[in-house]
Design a binder for this molecule. Structure first.
Ligand SMILES: [Zn+2]
Ligand SMILES: [Zn+2]
Length: 413
């Protein structure tokens, strides 16, 4: 058991550590098989690869293969995230050994990557993508998405836009033998995101919470409100999608060949053809296409006031200002089951208990009309000069201050 595994199980990235004496003396030199790429000087590609920091979401047949390929190249850092475990059916399509069945995908993949490349710092997290902490994303150069869950896809699209990181989305369609890799550059407000590509079918599925899967039929949880069949696939098709995605990571990072920004690459096993098509921005996309620029706060976050953060962001006070504190919501008024309401004026985690009613001692919840995940300055005006530490029920690790198309991210790290 890794010493930091409790962190990983609580939704935070933990570093995978393996005992030094478990690393064999026979480990090869990292670059012993590194090619001298055409158009680059000897050592140039190796140096660029060694600076790569890649986050991978979903560690099944596709994501695990990407992680392993990047570890073999000896990248600088990997962040691996998946909430689930390998099941017996995972053996049918996923690059695991029999011993990996029952293990958390994130921990198992992180351990294997660390064994393959002890010089790579490997972090892992066992949690839902939707709850990820953007503050931990400093330095990430690319995100790979290989999940079977549409809600996670939406969260990844928003995270990649917010964090200003290219997102490479790899997927397969088993019935048509199609492997697909989409590269979203997130290079500005006019760049498309994953959700820009959604049509009515995706929205309907999203609303029904259907899960797509690269795993075998027996492995798939029943969908919440639909009985549509899961996607099945050959392991070779998943592996192909993984290898194409890894190549897109490399091509994007090293600037090799034709630009990959905002393109979709599809290979079809029936036609034996590869098609590249552009990805376009949907002006009505519900994902907010605003990049969070990192900004420096003039004091540790708990001591900062919202008025101070506005100044640190270079903004004037304005009714257009919106504040976000992590995944907390600002609750102006709490209410109990008997309808008693009382003022709260605090940022609190969305699922956490708020306290008890002063009158009847029943549990309080956020009043739905007086709670804001994106709290406007108008609502916070009487509290703008109060330190964040007093305004939040937990120590805040990151805050976003936004005005229109501009947003500043302050994080504690
Ligand atoms: Zn979009
Ligand atoms: Zn009450």
């Amino acid at each position: 058991m890794c010493p930091s595994s409790t962190d990983a199980a609580h939704g935070r990235f933990a570093e995978m550590v393996i005992p030094a004496d478990s690393i064999p003396d026979t480990m090869p030199a990292r670059d012993a098989r590194m090619p001298v790429l055409i158009g680059t000087a000897p050592g140039e590609a190796a140096a660029a690869v060694r600076e790569l920091v890649v986050a991978i979401f979903g560690l099944g047949a596709v994501g695990r293969a990407v992680a392993i390929a990047l570890a073999r190249m000896g990248v600088e850092r990997l962040l691996l995230d998946d909430p689930s475990s390998y099941k017996p059916e995972s053996l049918l399509t996923q690059p695991i050994a029999v011993d990996d069945v029952g293990e958390h995908k994130a921990a198992s993949t992180a351990r294997f990557c660390k064994q393959l490349s002890p010089g790579t710092r490997v972090f892992y997290r066992i949690g839902r993508l939707e709850d990820i902490d953007v503050a931990g994303f400093r330095g990430v150069g690319a995100m790979v998405l290989a999940t079977d869950n549409l809600r996670a896809e939406v969260a990844a699209a928003q995270l990649a836009v917010d964090a200003d990181v290219p997102l490479i989305h790899a997927a397969v369609h088993g019935e048509t033998l199609t492997a697909q890799v989409r590269y979203f550059s997130n290079a500005g407000p006019d760049s498309p995101c994953g959700v820009c590509q959604y049509g009515p079918a995706e929205w309907e599925l999203l609303n029904r919470e259907t899960r797509f899967s690269c795993e075998a039929a027996a492995d798939v949880r029943p969908a919440a409100s639909t009985s549509s069949a899961p996607t099945s696939s050959f392991s070779a098709l998943c592996g192909l999608a993984a290898d194409l995605a890894t190549m897109q990571v490399l091509r994007g990072a090293l600037g090799l060949g034709a630009p990959v920004a905002d393109t979709m690459l599809e290979y079809n096993g029936y036609t034996h053809r590869t098609v590249i098509s552009p990805l376009v921005r949907d002006p009505d996309c519900p994902v907010e296409h605003v990049t969070w620029t990192r900004a420096a706060a003039s004091a540790p976050l708990p001591s900062c006031t919202l008025a101070g953060l506005l100044l640190d962001a270079g903004f004037q006070s304005s009714p257009r200002s919106i504040f976000r504190v992590e995944h907390m919501q600002f609750v102006a008024t709490a209410i109990c089951g008997n309808g008693h309401s009382q003022p709260l004026y605090q940022f609190v985690p969305q699922a956490a208990p708020i306290g008890r009613c002063r009158s009847c001692k029943l549990e309080l919840v956020a009043h739905p009309l007086h709670a804001h995940c994106r709290a406007p300055e108008e609502v916070l005006r009487p509290l703008l000069d109060r330190p964040l530490g007093h305004l939040c029920s937990e120590t805040p690790r990151w805050v976003v201050v936004q005005q229109g198309e501009r947003a500043a991210l302050f994080s504690q790290d």
